[in-house]
Design a binder for this molecule. Structure first.
Ligand code: TRP
Length: 342
């Protein structure tokens, strides 16, 4: 199959944190799996311009970029088989972002939920509605649409909270095609979101969704001792060893489920019914997680000492990505009347 016929899968990872096991289970592991399917062409990128919206700590953005790139490579992403790049290495993305913002209704952005949540929070606190809201936050979905449309992505795997943004990208593509392309030969592909129902949303240490903003995560590549410590912190109830426990309300079991084989799942369910001690369940959970990521952790630690190597990988990925973005941008510019005179 030539690269032109393949289904293009595209997703971005905002570089404003350290990957945790929730990111791994919900996004990284399925993405690396999907990239092995020869019917797909995967575009995975580090969304460092997106990071600037919420993070104004230059060191943190830079550090996160290295950590996320090293994580994906350590976990088996094959940079030769996919297009793996850094958003800021593709000048056509912010260029398209501007063009889209000229065809995107402001009213559409008013409905974006990240912005609406910020306005609601301001109103609840008796602040001005616009307090601390940057243009970056407001027009975030336009930049995200540019990320997607610049590569004519067909499918965009995202978490539920991002569905609205992919739908907005679709709206912008439709509007753009209507204005600047013929019906027969649309310039921009209408993307579809992909939310895998079977991909778990992991619970964090306190039982709420695992999320950096709740401070309840288990970072992916903690050393063994630290990993054990974090797992021991997972909230449980006060049931004693020997008392039957309910797997379906247990965070320990929920995380177990994300790493276990079908047999291991059945066995742990039985162990809960038989009253396994929390300490023992946590010990087994540590071994299960450590077994799955132990080797990748070694590669990760090694990669983190080789930033120049990671940079080379990203440079090569950027060059590959621009082979798609440059010719499409030339067509987009021309369609809008931006081209040489004469
Ligand atoms: N906004 C996404 C998030 O916070 C990250 C992202 C940026 C993205 N650009 C994208 C995801 C394009 C999919 C496609 O998770």
């Amino acid at each position: 199959m030539s690269s032109g016929d393949k289904t293009r899968i595209l997703t971005g990872i905002t570089t404003s944190g350290t990957p945790h096991i929730g990111n791994y289970v919900g996004a990284i592991r399925p993405a690396i799996e999907a990239s092995k399917n020869k019917d797909n062409l995967s575009f995975y990128f580090l969304a460092d311009y997106h990071a600037l919206i919420k993070c104004q700590d230059p060191k943190a953005v830079h550090q996160s970029t290295q950590e996320i790139a090293a994580s994906w490579l350590a976990l088996g992403l094959e940079p030769e088989e996919v297009v793996f790049y850094r958003q800021s290495d593709i000048p056509q993305i912010p260029e398209l972002s501007w063009m889209l913002s000229c065809v995107c209704a402001k009213g559409l952005m008013n409905r974006a939920h990240a912005y609406k949540a910020a306005v609601d929070a301001n109103q609840a606190n008796n602040e001005d509605s616009d307090f601390a809201i940057s243009m970056g936050l407001f027009s975030y979905p336009v930049l995200m649409a540019a990320d997607i449309l610049m590569f004519n992505a067909n499918k965009v795997p995202v978490g539920k909270d991002q569905i609205q943004h992919v739908e907005m990208a679709r709206d912008m593509a439709q509007r753009f095609n209507h204005l600047f392309a013929s019906k027969k030969q649309p310039l921009l592909t209408l993307p579809e979101y992909q939310v895998d129902a079977y991909v778990a949303v992991l619970q964090g240490l306190d039982g709420r969704k695992m999320s950096k903003s709740y401070g309840n995560t288990i970072p992916l590549f903690l050393g063994e001792k630290q990993l054990r410590k974090h797992i021991n912190k997972i909230k449980t109830n006060l049931l004693e060893p020997g008392e039957p426990k309910d797997p379906d309300t247990s965070t320990v079991f929920q995380i177990w489920q994300a790493f276990a084989s079908p047999e291991q799942l059945i066995d742990m369910r039985q162990a809960f019914a038989d009253g396994i001690a929390w300490g023992e369940a946590k010990k087994q959970l540590f071994e299960l997680i450590n077994g799955e990521i132990g080797e990748a952790r070694e590669r990760y630690n090694e990669l983190m000492t080789q930033p120049a190597y990671i940079e080379d990988v990203l440079q090569a990925g950027g060059a590959k990505a621009r082979q798609y973005s440059e010719p499409l941008m030339a067509k987009i510019r021309a369609s809008m009347g931006i081209h040489k005179l004469g």
